[in-house]
Design a protein around this ligand. Structure first.
Ligand code: PLP
Length: 324
């Protein structure tokens, strides 16, 4: 089966498995896992920040970052369809006591609420780079600069910030300067089996460490997982350009339905119900996600090659009514 459901479906490569098997490990709750420490230092240096913290998932990394920045009753400004709000099962409200105020389309500083009698004061702003449900679109530096200029702490959900870096050539450290905290995923385009990191200043990451403990995210000999991440940073960043090229080819071939943000995600907005189209494609060996009643999402990654893209184009043209 050719699997375009998500970039999380990748399996560790033989080289990655070798690196995992050979990893030196220790008890990371005591800060004694040398491979975790190496990964945390490496990622901090990449983004030009003081510290980072390894976490079991991207959602936990995001929620730890938000709780490090905000106290119960504080307001967070983010996009209405941000992963941190719409796809993390209400965690910000439930565990952080965080109130969200959202925007759709263009960010405007006019949305910021001052402290006063009526409002939950805006204490942080969150952005998503790349933007998952906006077809992997890259938020331009001009917008990020505008958000940075508010002077409020800014969190970046950077699950796919690697893709933005590869697609634009903008250094990770340039992004790093614009954000107070960043979460990054090792298990999406980078192809590691598990793991994310929270990035920030020393004091903030100290707080993050306590919150991770509270959430049950402290792990022991997890250097085996960090080794996969280090391997991915060495071998799987530059190759993401291939994923983008393949997604672009899918988008071009599946016009007029396609939406493509320039990275590894393509959405198809159909005139018919999406689930039967996805089922028929699956019967032809191509798995795609029916993410809305008439919406299909396809993501390219390490485990789909040019031939898989050809087969997907062929299958979808057969099952979408009215395709050429
Ligand atoms: C996948 C994803 C995450 C993290 O997801 P987990 O499954 O918890 O690792 C966070 N933000 C975005 C935009 C994502 O696509």
């Amino acid at each position: 089966m050719d699997d375009f459901l998500s970039d999380t479906v990748t399996k560790p490569t033989p080289g990655m498995r070798q690196a995992m098997a050979a990893a030196e490990v220790g008890d990371d709750v005591f800060g004694e896992d040398p491979t975790i420490n190496a990964l945390q230092e490496r990622v901090a240096a990449l983004f030009g920040h003081e510290a980072t913290l390894f976490t079991p998932s991207g959602s936990m990394a995001n929620q730890i970052a938000l709780q490090s920045l905000l106290s119960p009753g504080d307001g967070l400004l983010c996009e209405y369809d941000a992963h941190i709000l719409a796809y993390e099962a209400g965690a910000a409200a439930m565990f952080g006591g965080i109130t969200t105020r959202t925007w759709s389309g263009e960010f405007s500083p006019g949305l910021i609420r001052e402290a006063g009698y009526y409002h939950a004061p805006t204490r942080a702003i969150a952005v998503e780079q790349t933007h998952n449900v906006n077809a992997g679109a890259i938020t331009p530096l001009s917008t990020l600069d505008q958000i940075h200029a508010t002077g409020l702490p800014v969190h970046c959900d950077g699950a796919r910030i690697w893709n933005a870096h590869v697609a634009t050539g903008i250094p990770l450290a340039t992004y790093g300067r614009l954000f107070t905290t960043i979460s990054v995923c090792l298990s999406k385009g980078l192809g590691a089996p598990v793991g994310s990191l929270v990035i920030g200043g020393t004091e903030l990451i100290g707080r993050a460490r306590l919150i991770r403990k509270r959430l049950g995210g402290g792990m022991r000999q997890a250097g085996i997982l960090a080794a996969a991440g280090l391997y991915a940073l060495d071998h799987h960043i530059d190759r993401m350009a291939e994923d983008h090229e393949r997604a672009g080819r899918l988008a071009e071939a599946l016009k007029p339905w396609s939406r493509w943000g320039g990275t590894n995600i393509v959405y198809l907005d159909l005139e018919v119900d999406a689930p039967p189209v996805a089922e028929q494609a699956l019967a032809m060996g191509v798995r795609v996600g029916a993410t809305g009643p008439r919406t299909i999402r396809m993501i390219t990654h390490l485990d789909v090659d040019d031939a898989a893209v050809d087969r997907a184009i062929d299958a979808l043209r057969k099952v979408i009514p009215g395709a050429r």
